[in-house]
Design a protein around this ligand. Structure first.
Ligand code: NAD
Length: 259
């Protein structure tokens, strides 16, 4: 299917690895020029080279922490006019509901709620002026069904979801579509970072912890960054103009709900 976005320009935050990389790859394959961002210049440069070699797309790299004011300013300065924004950043650490203090919450809110909101505020006005834009926020299945040990994520991402629900309906008439993608368990560094402590606490291997978690997913496996990227690219396509403020779950059926 031709996604109809060849020649558009996208900013994909936190995209040297994992789900962000999957989105950057799918967009580059659709002929989109991609601004990639991550904190480590060496890892980012390697990912950008891989995508350039693979797709021939114009790839710009900006190494910066997207969750800081300075990092965002640098990314925005180099990004220029952006038609497609994919918001992403690392997720908050796991813990118990009683573990976290104010600073932990502020950090989580900064990374997973206020950063995407700041980038929406910075880039959507230009999209409105040009009469076309797409925003996809990578959130989490924890928005639909809370994950007990990820209280910081549950809280911050639900806040973003509320903001998007109201904002997306205010800009839809201007040709700008904002939606959220909710990953369940995907095979990335983040999944390994969460499986590691489980393996340790249960005295089992990482592979055993992973197999046990995969068995809880009706699809019987973890999702891939490629599958995730393909859905992201579709939401950024010309065909997605009637999809507004939706929360699309990619979890292999793990969330047991009718709707
Ligand atoms: P990951 O750890 O595999 O990759 C994260 C990417 O983000 C890397 O490229 C890293 O360099 C970059 N990054 C992290 N923090 C950054 C920052 N402050 N500034 C710039 N770049 C930064 O993570 P992932 O699995 O791809 O997950 C992406 C998001 O989706 C995370 O917020 C995660 O919590 C969430 N999520 C993931 C899963 C999963 O199973 N993988 C499930 C639910 C939610």
């Amino acid at each position: 299917m031709d996604l109809g976005i060849k020649g558009k320009r996208a900013l994909v935050c936190a995209s040297s690895r994992g789900l962000g990389y999957g989105c950057a790859k799918a967009l580059a394959e659709a002929g989109v020029d991609v601004v990639m961002n991550a904190r480590r210049p060496d890892v980012l440069a390697e990912a950008a080279k891989t995508l350039r070699d693979l797709t021939g797309a114009e790839i710009t790299e900006v190494a910066a922490d997207i969750t800081t004011d300075e990092g965002r300013a640098e990314v925005l300065a180099q990004a220029g006019d952006i038609d497609i924004l994919v918001n992403n950043a690392g997720g908050p650490p796991p813990g118990l509901w009683s573990d976290w203090d104010r600073e932990d919450f502020i950090k989580a809110l900064d990374a997973n709620m206020l950063t995407p909101i700041a980038l929406i505020k910075a880039l959507v006005p230009g999209m409105i002026d040009r009469g076309w834009g797409r925003v996809v926020n990578i959130t989490s299945q924890s928005v639909k069904a809370p994950i007990p040990q990820l209280g910081l994520s549950n809280a911050a991402r639900t806040g973003l979801t509320g903001y998007v629900a109201g904002t997306s309906r205010q800009v839809a008439g201007k040709g700008v579509n904002i939606n959220n993608l909710l990953p369940g368990i995907h095979d990335t560094d983040r999944a390994e970072a969460l499986d590691g402590p489980v393996a340790k606490s249960k005295g089992i291997s990482l592979d055993e912890a992973r197999a046990a978690r995969a068995a809880t997913i009706p699809a019987g496996r973890y999702g891939t960054a490629e599958e995730f990227g393909a859905m992201c690219a579709f939401l950024c396509s010309q065909h997605a103009g009637f999809i507004v403020g939706q929360n699309i779950l990619l979890d292999g059926g793990a969330t047991n709900a009718t709707i």
